[in-house]
Design a protein around this ligand. Structure first.
Ligand SMILES: Cc1cc2nc3c(=O)[nH]c(=O)nc-3n(C[C@H](O)[C@H](O)[C@H](O)COP(=O)(O)OP(=O)(O)OC[C@H]3O[C@@H](n4cnc5c(N)ncnc54)[C@H](O)[C@@H]3O)c2cc1C
Length: 390
């Protein structure tokens, strides 16, 4: 009997655990290597578009479970007087329009559920990859403890500062996008029922609300069935002075950056407890994701601005697509990897560039309506390639 394809995945973020789960499901023998001592996710909430949800469903996650919240409406509010810019139904239309719901969740919950799809014996922590290479008929990864592993294929899912990417394509600095963000969570009880001029706009803790201003935007949505309310606080800032990409911060820092913003929003921001800030980086799209028997996925391949809230969803699409392509051509791993690259490269590039365009649009006064994400949401990466680019 032919042996299963052996695949090593480097990095156990959302992309790495997603890929390991998909590879296991599709009959490959997978091993997952993570530099940290414990698996987990930092940060607060995460939006998962219908395109990402289709992958979660194919992996067997219950996308209507208590860990999820499905926002009822999208409500766009002005940063200063809080007037309603527009409102659209979200929950009532997503499945019908895109074939899956739009969900929001705590990152840690999503990561834990994806991890449950990977056999525990396949997960190796405290393994910092230092290099990868293709030799005759196999791929090799080396680690900081001096050890080395061999596999039919190695997948680099090791994030924006990917060592695997550097080994394949050389060292290039990431680009600071002139945006930083705070992320935090408040209780559903701290969300007001009415905002705006004369309290004329009704909102709910189950709505997805965006407060849009010229030098930043605050995106709020429910997580964990609506128990908690996540706040993404994006802020235009020409410099990122902290050495680390994430740093502890304070509520006072947030309030200082939002002088003159709407009182109801400031009241919510003052309730955010422990908080971290992020410098947001991206990279130019790559023209190649594979070399020999090694391939990239997720932020290692296409780090993007969070303005479309698609980084994790496109990463989940990659995870399933790489597993599908290599499992289908298990007797020819190089062809499987090339098919994966061909299928994914252009779609990820388009989303990366639209995320930048959306950031530029958000800074215009008045900000134009959001760019359409229909073409992103419609795709089902579990089924096959997207229709060719418009
Ligand atoms: C502020 C902010 C908000 C966001 N909001 C959203 C959102 O709402 N929706 C959305 O879809 N996306 C969002 N994103 C994007 C999303 O978080 C990322 O695109 C996604 O998490 C990328 O997953 P990944 O697995 O590719 O990389 P990562 O999550 O970076 O995981 C990489 C893993 O590899 C490990 N690793 C790194 N180097 C090595 C090594 N040498 N050896 C072994 N292991 C290694 C790391 O420890 C880590 O576990 C947001 C991003 C930011 C910054």
């Amino acid at each position: 009997m032919k042996r299963p394809l052996r695949v090593a995945v480097i990095g156990a973020g959302i992309g790495g655990v997603g890929a390991a789960g998909a590879l296991h499901k599709l009959g490959c023998e997978v091993q997952l290597y993570e530099r940290a001592s414990d698996l987990g996710e930092v940060g607060a909430g995460l939006q998962i578009g219908p395109n990402g949800v289709k992958v979660l469903q194919a992996l067997g996650l219950d996308t209507r479970g208590a860990w999820v919240a499905e926002p009822v409406d999208t409500v766009s509010l002005a940063w200063d007087d809080g007037h309603q810019r527009f409102r659209e139904p979200m929950k009532a239309t997503a499945v019908q329009k895109y074939g899956a719901p739009y969900i929001c969740a705590h990152r840690a919950d999503l990561h834990r559920l994806l991890q449950e799809k990977v056999p525990a014996r396949a997960i190796h922590t405290d393994m910092r990859c230092t290099g990868v290479a293709t030799h005759d008929g196999h791929a090799v990864a080396t680690f900081s403890d001096g050890s080395e592993i061999e596999a039919d294929i190695v997948i680099g899912a090791d994030g924006i500062r990917s060592v695997v990417r550097e080994a394949l394509f050389g060292v290039t600095p990431a680009r600071y996008t002139e945006q930083m963000a705070w992320r935090g969570i408040i209780s559903r009880d701290d969300v007001p029922a009415r905002v705006g001029p004369n309290k004329s706009v009704e909102i709910s803790h189950m709505d997805y609300c965006g407060w849009i201003g010229p030098n930043g935007h605050v995106i709020c949505y429910p997580i964990r069935g609506g128990e908690l309310y996540n706040m993404f606080i994006g802020h235009v800032s020409p410099e990122w002075v902290d050495e680390s990409w994430t740093a502890p911060s304070t509520t006072q820092d947030i309030l200082n950056a939002h002088k003159g913003w709407n009182d109801a929003l400031l009241e919510m921001l003052s309730k955010v407890g422990d908080i971290y800030k992020w410098g947001i980086y991206d990279r130019e799209p790559l023209t190649q994701w594979t070399k020999g028997r090694v391939a990239l996925l997720g932020d290692a391949a296409h780090p993007m601005m969070p303005t479309l809230a698609q980084g994790a969803s496109i990463t989940l699409e990659d995870s399933y697509a790489v597993a599908r392509n290599i499992a289908r051509q298990a007797d020819d791993p190089l062809a499987g990897l090339k098919a994966y690259e061909h299928e994914r490269l252009d779609r990820a590039r388009r989303v990366q560039l639209q995320a930048r365009q959306q950031f530029d649009n958000n800074r215009k006064v008045p900000a134009p309506p959001p760019l359409s994400r229909d073409w992103i949401f419609e795709h089902d990466a579990t089924a096959g390639p997207a229709a060719s680019a418009a």
